[in-house]
Design a protein around this ligand. Sequence first.
Ligand code: NAD
Ligand code: TDX
Length: 332
Amino acid sequence: MSVILLTGGMGFIGSNFLHYWKKQHPQDFVINLDLLTYAGNPDNVAELEGQAGYQFVHGNIGDTPLMDQLMKQGVDVVVHFAAESHVDRSIHDPSGFVITNVLGTQRLLESARKHQVKKFVHVSTDEVYGTLGSEGLFTETTPLAPNSPYSASKASSDMFVRAYYETYGFPAVITRCSNNYGPRQFPEKLIPLIITRAIRNESIPIYGDGMNVRDWLYVDDHCSAIERVIEHGEPGQVYNVGGQNERTNLEVVQSILLELDKSTDLIQFVEDRLGHDQRYAIDAAKIRKELGWVPQYSFEAGIKKTIEWYLQHPEWCERIADGSYCKKDGVG
Ligand code: NAD
Ligand code: TDX
């Protein structure tokens, strides 16, 4: 049995990873440490509450006494998802991104190092590489060139993870994944925003001309990549994760509207995002070759599964729309 400390397990990817991990590794003990910001939704893991081998702790990765108290219990692996994750919010106010993503990550690293954690997986993003033109792919050796306050904070945290490996030999690994989609994603992000608004026949805001490209990965494929990295990833290494599913934003919205049998008249072109990165695309040859990771979902299969999940969980969407999801009573 291993003890895993997962940060940000009430969020989108963290909660999907929790479900994935408990299914694949039921013998492990998983601590879910989450601050329950607006992005933390206890509904995401409601099925796990009260189950053996699962504990939720309400707290901040930047709270060193709390992190030390948790690490003292003998944590084997830290999987670090917790972050401020939305680019538009970072443009509006970058300060919280520095506090959690940079300072919070450094404090978590320090506590994990002090307590001799055996592996620390830092979940990062392809956005640290900046933007691509119409050609080429991001590899692990592409220079970091973050363009948004969000990606600048993630790149800074990556540099601290690197420094902890280089300076102290701390066994940390970095993953850099492309855009995820799937169940339980907060509807501020493009795909759940399109689905939830289209279901209600509301207009769908598309920034600029809709020709920006993202490389989409179904969240379970990201979870299996992280599993490979936990089990076989080399300390000090970076692994890019992506499924070769490049789509323009316009193609994404059109395919969802078609699947939901809704009119493209719902699309509304709005003012572009400031500093909007044109194109992201990942070369995932390293994780495929060295760790044997293979994604399972085409974009068409993943998007169908995702739409079905939102249609089958109207109460999840309603509790976000009316704000009742974030009532913290009875949690923590
Ligand atoms: P999310 O916003 O859905 O969830 C973040 C979670 O972290 C929330 O539950 C929130 O309450 C928690 N949190 C925030 N600040 C905290 C703090 N100080 N202490 C403890 N918990 C805190 O994010 P997500 O989309 O699930 O992303 C998870 C990670 O994956 C992030 O590090 C993000 O940068 C990275 N990532 C995301 C994507 C994507 O497409 N969503 C792609 C690549 C990498
Ligand atoms: O209303 C919208 N209209 C629109 O056109 C929103 C919310 C987005 N967009 C565009 C902007 C992007 O080109 O859609 C694309 C995707 O936007 P987001 O869902 O905000 O994702 P992105 O900015 O690409 O960043 C995401 O992927 C990498 C995650 O939010 C990050 O956490 C992750 O690191």
